[in-house]
Design a protein around this ligand. Structure first.
Ligand SMILES: Nc1ncnc2c1ncn2[C@@H]1O[C@H](COP(=O)(O)OP(=O)(O)OP(=O)(O)O)[C@@H](O)[C@H]1O
Length: 352
């Protein structure tokens, strides 16, 4: 079997690239191809679709490729966590998906809105009617001189003339939402009279006041302790289940994978791996949760090896790949000598 080149944990199982080509240009071309392939085809169906998403920032002649061909599909009604270290591109992705920023290339679609090349009018409509947003800083989410009820009622009233059914009046909806996030008894309190967790749960209610289809939350529990963060996640799970709103939570906290069914990890502006949790009934009749981690294979056949695997086997520069009947074997390149079929002692990993 051939041994495709590999560097920095990114394995190219399919296509072949030119070493001389500028990375950004390659990514742009890949994204353009992905976009062309995606055009009009419903195999990229999903409530939220990113395909070959690229965002390049240019400041004073320096280019930063914040998103390097990111692929992500989120189903309607899903609750997804996007996890990544600082600088991995989480906020860039969220800013694009919420209509605050525009991608350089690729596909970004939410609820049927194509976010690439959208007019200013359409963008405003999108942000007003489709998106709800929760920021990390509570001060950005709530007006300090209004009570919890008034904070929720304000956007609900603005939206009521436009989208909400007549019978679902702003006041009713406000109390319904506050109840859902467990704040019905604190409706009269101002943000300063609520705990950090209560403020963030109130922010969730505010973000839902305009009856959006998707809710984006950027590090909503970043300033909270673990127990309080759990309560905020509990509120997000409730509104997701009760209202069917699609929820995407971005965080650097790897432990949130335990709070959601699907958590996608971003590394260097790309989706690298994902953890899925499911419930099953154990032999003693109790319900147990099972977590399975997957590496994400993009359309060009590339995947990122988990950093822990790369470190454990001291993989660097290049590795050897062998196609076995039902899995691909990855071995340190330094152990493979030309003309030798000797296997490394204890080295190598494999993927099924
Ligand atoms: N407006 C900008 N101009 C130039 N570079 C930017 C800009 N915004 C982001 N970047 C760069 O893009 C990369 C991704 O940044 P981003 O903020 O999306 O990461 P992040 O995962 O959200 O990090 P954090 O958790 O620290 O907010 C970083 O290298 C960052 O420096």
């Amino acid at each position: 079997m051939s041994d495709p080149a590999v560097s920095d944990g990114a394995v190219e199982l399919g296509g072949r690239g030119s070493a001389q080509s500028d990375l950004a240009e390659l990514e742009l071309r890949a994204a353009a191809k992905a976009a062309a392939r995606a055009g009009g085809e419903d195999r990229l169906s999903g409530h939220i679709v990113c395909d070959g998403l690229v965002r390049i920032f240019r400041t004073e002649g320096v280019e930063v490729v914040a998103l390097q061909g990111l692929d992500l599909v989120v189903d309607r009604g899903e609750l997804l966590a996007v996890v990544g270290a600082s600088g991995s591109g989480k906020s860039t992705m969220l800013n694009i998906l919420s209509g605050l920023d525009e991608p350089t290339a690729g596909v970004a679609k939410v609820a049927g809105y194509d976010l690439l090349g959208m007019s200013a009018r359409k963008r405003l409509e999108y942000r007003r009617t489709i998106v709800g947003f929760v920021w990390q800083q509570t001060a950005r989410n709530l007006l300090p001189y209004l009570s919890a009820r008034e904070n929720v009622e304000l956007p609900a009233r603005l939206a009521s003339g436009r989208r909400l059914r007549a019978k679902n009046k702003a006041g009713e909806r406000t109390m319904e939402l506050l109840d859902m996030v467990g704040l019905a008894d604190k409706a009269g309190r101002r943000p300063g009279e609520m705990s950090g967790g209560e403020q963030q749960r109130c922010a969730v209610a505010v973000a839902l006041a305009n009856d959006p289809e998707v809710l984006f939350a950027d590090e909503p529990t970043g300033e909270l302790d673990e127990a309080t963060a759990d309560e905020v996640f509990g509120a997000l799970r409730t509104v997701n289940a009760e209202l069917g709103v699609t929820v995407v939570v971005v965080t650097h906290d790897m432990t949130v994978a335990g709070q959601v069914r699907r958590a996608v990890a971003i590394r260097d502006g790309k989706t690298a791996s994902e953890v899925r949790r499911s419930a099953r009934i154990a032999s003693d009749g109790t319900e147990e949760h099972v977590s399975e981690e997957y590496a994400v294979l993009d359309r060009a056949g590339r995947l990122q090896l988990p950093a822990a695997f790369v470190e454990a086997l001291s993989l660097r520069d290049r590795v050897r790949l062998n196609l076995e009947q039902d899995h691909v074997e990855v071995r340190p390149g330094s152990d493979a000598r030309p003309g030798s079929d000797a296997r490394p002692a204890g080295g190598g990993g494999s993927a099924r």
